[in-house]
Design a protein around this ligand. Structure first.
Ligand code: GTB
Length: 217
């Protein structure tokens, strides 16, 4: 039986692959592993059955036989450790790739997420305009540090890894914003990730969910 990933039945990102199930889809495509997707409504996310899989009532979750996992970072690392294609063979290279996975989730994503949440849900607050420059400067600092590290390289380390997969999914939230465009090397880095055939397959699969939901609405 195929492993099962959960995702939004109707993603608020309208098929742009910004929700966190996408990084799992992409990792599975890189690893060449088949999977099934269980689509959940917002009500189903908060039901006890789903909370048994994710205590916070969120997607993505992952069921592979007896193993149940939540947290996109943990799922993607599990896939990387289990199948070839996402982590280097040598111990040091593997440890570096894992470090970049954490850097993406824990160092670069939080300021981007805060900024995006503010744009989506806090525009009507009296303090919104005052807070925005501070949120943007936190992102600018991280992007500038990341661009310095990347320099003229294709990937964060010698070869593409789960660390790049995670970082690209995090940076994609900035698509079209001047924050990313201030760093042409990061724009090119994201494009390199998006040009990978596995990315294309994962993107098409999640887009098909959105297209079906729209057609039947
Ligand atoms: N740390 C967890 C992980 O990495 O797995 C966070 C999981 C998470 O935030 N899940 C979100 C969720 O289930 C979906 S991805 N939210 C429903 C809820 O909490 O009730 C976050 C997300 C949502 C929407 C967009 N979008 O519209 O662009 C992008 C990302």
């Amino acid at each position: 039986m195929c492993a099962i990933l959960t995702a939004f039945a109707t993603s608020p990102d309208r098929g742009r692959a910004l929700a966190r199930d996408f990084r799992v889809r992409w990792a599975l495509e890189e690893a060449g592993q088949p999977y099934d997707v269980r689509l959940l409504t917002f009500t189903e996310l908060k039901a006890p059955d789903h909370r048994n899989l994710n205590p916070f009532g969120q997607i993505p979750t992952w069921q592979d036989g007896d193993l149940h996992l939540f947290e996109s970072g943990a799922i993607v690392l599990h896939i990387g450790l289990r199948y070839p294609g996402l982590l280097p063979d040598d111990e040091a290279g593997r440890a570096r790739a894992i470090a970049w996975t954490f850097a993406a989730i824990d160092t670069v994503e939080p300021p981007i997420w805060d900024w995006d949440l503010a744009r989506m849900f806090e525009r009507d607050k009296p303090w919104h305009a005052e807070r925005q420059p501070m949120l943007e400067s936190r992102i600018r600092q991280r992007l500038s540090e990341l661009a310095t590290w990347l320099g003229g390289s294709d990937w964060l380390e010698r070869e593409f890894s789960v660390g790049d997969l995670m970082m690209v999914t995090v940076l994609r939230r900035l698509h079209g914003s001047e924050l990313l465009e201030e760093h042409p090397s990061l724009v090119a880095y994201v494009s390199r990730g998006e040009a990978r055939p596995a990315f294309g397959r994962a993107f098409a699969a999640q887009k098909a969910v959105f297209d079906r939901a729209t057609a039947s609405a």
